[in-house]
Design a protein around this ligand. Sequence first.
Ligand code: G4P
Length: 544
Amino acid sequence: MSLPRFAISGSTRFAEQVQDPVAEAARRRTFAIISHPDAGKTTLTEKFLLYGGALAREAGAVKARQGRRSATSDWMALEQQRGISITSTVLQFPYRERVVNLLDTPGHRDFSEDTYRVLAAADGAVMVLDAAKGIEAQTLKLFEVCRQRRLPMISFVNKWDRPGLEAIELLDDIERRLDIVATPLTWPVGIAGDFRGVIDRRSGEFIRFTRTARGATVAPEEVIAPGRAAGEESTAWAEAQEGLGLLQAVGADFDEEAFLAGEATPVLFGSALTNFGVRLLLDAVIDEVPAPSPRLDVTAAPRPLDAPFSGFVFKVQANMDPAHRDRIAFLRVCSGRFERGMVVTHARTGKHLGTKYAHQVFGQERETVEAAYPGDVVGLVNAGDVRIGDSIYAAEPVDFPGIPSFAPEHFKVARVTDTGRFKQFRKGVAQLDEEGVIQVLRDDDIGDQAPVFAAVGPMQFEVALHRLRNEFGAPVELSSTRYTVSRLTDEESAPRLRSMSGVDVLRRSDGALLALFESPYWLDRLESEHPELTVEPAFGGNHP
Ligand code: G4P
């Protein structure tokens, strides 16, 4: 039997002498980037690494970028190769006396539960918008998750180096679509497509950028006093001043309290491709995203940062390394100092886990590391049945709230095509369910013969099929269902719901009952005609 090993994604390689968890937590900034595909998340991530001086590590990110842009089938190939978009989980780099943990949200175009879960481990988010497009569908969905978690969010209007909407229009789009106050920290000089620099609204100074070839190096910046800027940038400057006047009139000033409550978003303008505005954005992350703070447990009691080590699992990934066939559960450290070799307890089962081997995972590369602090991400290798949402601790027990799952919108019936492989099918389905690759729903009468796979995004089905076939040797066929909406229900309402047409009730593996509806119309009607029946809204449950 192999011992559980720890892998650390994000280590303390930058601060191994300092040991006080409170001081270390104060230095951490743990955040994620959210965006609609193509808005520039990958480019911005690369540029953050450039500014963080971690360029040597850029290769992996570039690789992910290629995979990201390719078609679905190529993404599956990437999945097979276990590229960085799947394995990286967190990119850690030092910046201005701080340790930045940039959590990697899954790179594929599809929307999946993984992204939600990653956001549960973040203290803030950067929302990247394409200057020509404003708020797009996926940004909107991801934003809703940030709002639900009251996650402070900084907005970055990207691609200002090419024609796009007007700055005021973009602010209006953010405010209208997201119902959040937009408070620009910087204001562009030069319309989209003729980008000269930005005015830092806090100081009034003009920061002029100079282009470098494809943004391969840090963009030179020149800080220019307003008087000189007015002379040198004439029309663009005058227009920018007009915009600033408008902002002044509506009082769109940064309000820290509103930002921390997730009610206002500071906005910065820039161009990740040319590096314009990237430093200012990274500075805003450092200055504004809150450092890790004591996490509340299930009883709403805060776990002090200097309490013994604790954390919660937000992602499980099996077979990241085909040579090892292992399974890694990633956890965010919430308190104390993680040390290689310590014995920790798995809260749900009470079992002890050894941590003899500690690694840092960066792409496919693993290094032994010694310690991690609040805000860092630690990977448990082959740690039994540790699942998403589970808590792990040393010495003083703690149970953190699980990670809510999301009402799936895609449902397919799964059947093994080679009945001789039913055992493998069952095992594989259980494994994928546990990892949260898909949610597995069963009819109480039919059981495992034809479970329904439920997903937030359809790509989850492809991953499930691929893994069932390749890892478990179970060829599976998926057939469509009529259902498009789901809600949580209870034992009392289930029989009535089952008797209605256009509705079915299936059981999730955690025992929760899900009512599936053919259309939102059915659901609306049911809610108005039968208020006595339980159909709970989208977020809920603690699956798996
Ligand atoms: P994503 O991860 O959010 O999907 O976006 P990604 O960074 O891959 O960027 C998508 C496309 O947008 C890329 O172009 C990228 O170069 C471009 N891009 C990103 N930031 C900027 C920017 O600030 N200005 C401009 N003009 N373009 C930007 P591509 O043509 O798909 O690829 P490539 O040939 O440029 O690599």
